[in-house]
Write a protein that binds this ligand. Structure first.
Ligand SMILES: Cc1ncc(COP(=O)(O)O)c(C=O)c1O
Length: 405
């Protein structure tokens, strides 16, 4: 007797009372800490230096060598590092700096800290990175800096932006908070722009809890950055102790943006696993891209020729024309399956602060705004197990399949 072939029954979505793909929530990003990391931190606690001691220089030197930069200057956060870089670039009251709306607000805020004006330029529709033609259209005699962001870990169009900036006497501050380990034309991010900023927040490739770094080829920028993070003082306490000196001079108005020796010991230990961490992220990205290739409702992130992204995020865009749901419904359905999706980013010009202060309104940056309506960041971190990755794929297929037109 031949059995009838039953039609494949779709599993009910968790949001409709079905069983979630996972029992527990998988976050979109998280740190991984080893026993070696813990030991490195504990060892510092037994020394004389908790703040700027030998571990700061050790991390800075190792980091500069790793990215291929001449100088690396650590800061207490990526935001502080952006502030330092904007200061070193000489931004002042009457200046403008061009940046992308598709970023975390800190990228634009650092321009405001110096009394200068951030000017947004729209992004390219493939990478969601600053579109050089849009940058060119916004350059004025007041433009002093351009701040591209390597969105999701995909390097910005660095050559075009660097060339354009040089032609107009502007400094390029690359916000590579997403892109530690990314490569552009075989060079590591951090060795290309006038200054490159990194963040060591726990969801990033390397963490120090809070922390950040600026890399640069220029000795004058490095010196200003070191002073700026230390109250504008021309020497640090360890140097004075070594030289048997009490005298110091405050030469510019700086802040206390120092990263501690405790944090730097953690960062130095984490740096040893950066290559492995990047390979794992690249493996996960390939698996996702292959798994979503035939899913009409999902557009996977692109990878331009000549770049190797660092995959801080894996932001899919919904092909809303092929779905019966909007982004908010898909987002909620994935969360109900215990997939900790997120959205990066609400375009910065649409935040109330920017709308109120500068009069921005919806419709001014159509590419970024269209992307925002479709974006969902899937979990992406090096500690994800193969099962975690498969759970995300199952949930995306289940939810997108349900809402397919
Ligand atoms: C693009 C971008 N710039 C700047 C920052 C600020 O870095 P931090 O959180 O280390 O201050 C972040 C943090 O997530 C970021 O994603």
């Amino acid at each position: 007797m031949t059995l009838p072939v039953l039609p494949t029954t779709r599993e009910a979505l968790a949001i409709h009372g079905g069983t979630p793909v996972r029992k527990t929530l998988l976050p979109y990003g998280r740190q991984s800490i080893t026993e070696e990391d813990i030991q490195a931190v504990v060892n510092v606690l037994r020394t004389d230096w908790l703040t700027t001691g030998p571990k700061v220089a050790e991390l800075e030197e190792a980091f500069a060598a790793w990215v291929g930069a001449k100088h690396a200057v650590s800061f207490s956060s990526g935001t502080a590092a952006l502030h330092g870089a904007a200061f070193a670039a000489g931004l002042k009251l009457s200046d403008e700096a061009i940046t992308t709306p598709m970023t975390f607000a800190a990228t634009a805020n650092c321009v405001l800290y110096l009394g200068a004006t951030p000017v947004f330029a729209d992004v390219s529709s493939d990478t969601l990175n600053l579109d050089p033609q849009q940058v060119a259209a916004h350059i004025t005699p007041r433009t002093r800096a351009v701040l591209p962001v390597d969105y999701a870990g995909h390097p910005a169009d660095l050559e075009s932006i660097q060339e354009l900036a040089a032609r107009h006497g502007c400094i390029v501050i690359e916000d590579a908070s997403h892109a530690l380990g990314a490569e552009y034309k075989s060079c590591r991010v951090g060795s290309i722009a006038d200054m490159t900023v990194f963040s060591f927040h726990p969801v990033k490739h390397l963490t120090t809890g809070e922390g950040g770094m600026v890399t640069t080829k220029r000795a004058d920028f490095a010196e200003t950055l070191r002073r700026f993070r230390n109250h504008g003082i021309s020497s640090d306490a360890r140097q004075r102790q070594r030289d048997g000196q009490w005298h110091y001079e405050m030469v510019l108005l700086g802040f206390n943006y120092r990263l501690t020796d405790i944090a730097c010991a953690l960062g130095r230990s984490q740096l040893q696993r950066l290559e492995a961490n990047l390979s794992r992220r690249r493996e996960i990205a390939s698996r996702y891209t292959a798994a979503f290739r035939d899913l009409e409702g999902v557009i996977s992130p692109v990878m331009r020729v000549g770049v190797k992204p660092a995959w801080h995020l894996y932001p899919i865009r919904l092909n809303l024309e092929k779905l019966t749901a909007d982004r908010a419904q898909v987002f909620r359905a994935l969360r109900a399956e215990n997939i900790g999706v997120n959205v990066h980013y609400i375009p910065v010009h649409l935040h109330p602060y920017y709308r109120d202060r500068f009069g921005y309104r919806a419709g001014q940056y159509p590419v970024a705004e269209d992307a925002y309506a479709r974006l969902i960041s899937l979990p992406m971190f090096h500690g994800m197990s193969d099962q975690d990755v498969e759970d995300v794929i199952t949930a995306v297929h289940r939810v997108i399949g349900h809402f397919a037109r």
